[in-house]
Design a protein around this ligand. Sequence first.
Ligand code: NAD
Length: 238
Amino acid sequence: MPHASSPSLVVLTGAGISAESGVPTFRGPDGLWCGARVEDVATAQAVRFNRPYVNQFFNKLRVEADKVQPNPAHVALADLEARWPGPFLLVTQNIDPLHQKAGSRNVIAMHGSLYRVACDACGAVMDWQTDLFVETPCPACGKTGGLRPDITLFGEMPKEMDRISEALLSCAIFIAIGTSGVVYPAAGFVDLALHAGARTIEVNLAETERSLAFAERLTGPAGQVVPKLAAQLLATVR
Ligand code: NAD
């Protein structure tokens, strides 16, 4: 059992936490993701059959992500982690670099990152900062045509699910911020946390598909709500 003064905390973030930094969310009113049809760029089939277009799309997002800065919600989570007395895990569905830029340390990017590539030919996963093309040779094995963005697309398995499940099944507090509760398995994390008897808190601008599963709901922009929530949580463990 976790010690009462050092409870374990798991935070899940989605596209909504980066909205105030100027990164568009996934489910805009037009149903497009940054101007592209989701099935053309964000599925396992797209990366298999239309890799030049997929590369081009994520190259564009990487250039945009280079320019954005963390907002007060990202900063508050990094500060909370630094001061939290118990285990702290931040799981993000986001592929942008804003949690890392804010200084968060124990981060699982369950849907991968714009700043990593994977090679289908040799299995290597590497940090990556520049544009990716089909002709780009893999720095590890030298083959061309195998490199792809290391991003979990629809039809693919998210990363580090064992570590995430283990943390959820032993957490005392679970917070979901800026996520629509539509994309599984992340949408089911609240169920694992409830199974562990955790306090569950949702932060969102609006009601989500999973709002009813949470014991507490805080409605408002993450940049305003998260710093206050972090201060309240820290006050409970002093
Ligand atoms: P989503 O776009 O489906 O939902 C965003 C949620 O955030 C909505 O519920 C919305 O009400 C809420 N929201 C919007 N602005 C907010 C704010 N200022 N404060 C609080 N809440 C706010 O996002 P999702 O659930 O994360 O699923 C989308 C998928 O697409 C993810 O799996 C992710 O991999 C990918 N994606 C990532 C990014 C990114 O890296 N920043 C951006 C778009 C999509």
